[in-house]
Design a protein around this ligand. Structure first.
Ligand SMILES: O=P(O)(O)OC[C@H]1O[C@](O)(CO)[C@@H](O)[C@@H]1O
Ligand SMILES: [Mn+2]
Length: 457
């Protein structure tokens, strides 16, 4: 399928002034690219990505002493190298250089398996489009590549090879969201002492949706605890497509599968709401197993890695708040008795939209197909689900998924990028007239569902 979208971009004239009522820069059904001067992709590459790199360097300089204490004397020299490499990378982005191939350690042959995949994809863009520079290639590739290049700077060192440069920000976002987390914890405890109930489940889905507003790559590392996340009544008008009832009907229906998959997005408050949903699903016997998918490398600043998950569990188990302490022990039990399992796959941190999964990682596609439903959280997952293509927002969800249908999909996303499918005619025009940047601030949400199944044997 990706060929179709690449073909389309290949034949498209780079007309930056296409006057579309919704999106005046990127023509329909072509990849989002920073090439279009007034697209959000352009703003991200031009402004946001350099700020993320600058903040990263500042963080390393500011925390140098703690890092050296934690990882040993040899770290001092490595930090200097890393800061130099990231500064050089920032220069490459700002001056629109070609994406450099990742370092393949041909001698020792020990480079991570994703290096070859990234490099082949970058070279493919070169041949297809005659370029793969930071402003002039698929936005998804540029942005994923940035986080993979950051990781390369650490992964190729000795002392800091497993250092997560975003760890302290993810931990701070948990700490600053504690008032909300305590509120959510109290709500969960109340829910768990009785049978599943439709209104409560739908309320839980909405709390889970709004948890996605807390992503550090959009807020550029600034964290605020926003009480409105909890006022679902107040927030309802901001849900532009609400298929929560269809999700409820699926969750209480008989099924040959007893598995629910959750593809995590952000650490902190968001993952706490994900686990509240996972606990409800197990406790109310909607499934016997919930599989939790984390990222393999530090990703988009706030995305959950395995160490973030277990760090949060420790915080909860040792919390002075009785509800959180109880929840922490419950969740540790779910892990030890294998009602919850943690899964890591390189695929989630490759630059591909999900139409590539059947070819690139068929085993993962087949694993997802075992589940009764897969919950996909957040904006980056949404961009990958819908091919990073600039769809007309009224495009039906099943058309936008382009046959990425391993099983029933429950898509929970606050809108932070200019790509939307499945909303009613007229909504996008109405919101665009109020604020042309309505798709970029995480103010609106989608709870979308697909029960189309496309299996691969
Ligand atoms: O954590 P989330 O919800 O995936 O948001 C990350 C997304 O938000 C943005 O930072 C802004 O759209 C994108 O660059 C990225 O796709
Ligand atoms: Mn994220």
């Amino acid at each position: 399928m990706a060929a179709m979208s690449t073909d389309v971009i290949a034949t498209k004239t780079c007309d930056c002034n296409t006057n579309r009522s919704l999106d005046i820069t990127t023509p329909r059904n072509v990849h989002l690219s920073a090439f279009y001067k007034r697209s959000f992709a352009y703003y991200t590459v031009k402004l946001r990505m350099p700020v993320i790199l600058t903040n990263l360097i500042d963080n390393l300089v500011r925390n140098k002493k703690q890092i050296i204490e934690r990882f040993g004397e040899g770290t001092q020299e490595e930090l200097k190298q890393i800061i130099g490499e990231i500064s050089q990378f920032k220069y490459e982005v700002q001056t629109n250089k070609p994406l450099k191939l990742l370092i393949e350690d041909k001698l020792l042959g020990t480079s991570p398996p994703d290096v070859k995949i990234y490099n082949e994809y970058i070279q493919k863009q070169e041949t297809l489009e005659g370029h793969a520079t930071h402003f002039h290639t698929i936005w998804l590739l540029t942005e994923c590549y940035m986080y993979r290049r950051i990781w390369q700077s650490f992964q190729t060192k000795y002392c800091l090879k497993n250092f997560d440069p975003f760890e302290n920000q993810k931990q701070q976002s948990f700490a600053s969201s504690l008032p909300l987390i305590e509120k959510m914890g109290e709500y969960l405890i109340r829910l768990l002492d009785h049978e599943a109930e439709k209104t409560e489940f739908i309320q839980l889905l909405k709390l889970n949706l709004w948890g996605n507003k807390c992503d550090l790559s959009l807020s550029l590392g600034k964290v605020g605890d926003d009480n409105s996340l909890f006022d679902t009544e107040v927030m309802n008008p901001f849900i532009l497509c609400d298929e929560s009832e269809k999700i409820w009907n699926l969750m209480i229906s008989e099924s040959s599968s007893e598995i629910i998959d959750i593809v995590f997005d952000n650490a902190g408050y968001e993952v706490f709401t994900d686990l509240c949903l996972a606990d409800y699903i197990i406790t109310c016997k909607m499934a016997k197993l919930v599989r939790l998918y984390v990222k393999a490398i530090p990703w988009f600043i706030s995305d959950v890695m395995k160490h973030d998950f277990f760090w949060m569990l420790d915080q909860l188990k040792n919390s002075s708040n009785e509800n959180l302490k109880k929840i922490g022990h419950r969740w540790a039990d779910h892990i030890s008795n294998k009602k919850w399992t943690i899964h890591i796959s390189d695929f989630w941190t490759l630059p591909f939209d999900y139409t590539h999964m059947p070819k690139v990682d068929p085993d993962l596609y087949k694993q997802l197909a075992q589940a009764k439903a897969v919950f996909f959280k957040g904006d980056l997952n949404y961009r990958k689900l819908f091919g990073e293509l600039n769809w007309d927002p009224t495009t039906p969800v099943d058309q936008g998924l382009q046959n990425f249908n391993p099983t029933n999909l429950c898509i929970m996303r606050t809108i932070k990028a200019d790509i939307v499918c499945g909303i009613r005619k007229g909504i996008a025009e109405e919101l665009s007239a109020k604020d042309e940047k309505w798709m970029e601030k995480g103010e609106y949400g989608l709870i979308q569902f697909s029960n189309k199944i496309v299996s691969i044997d």
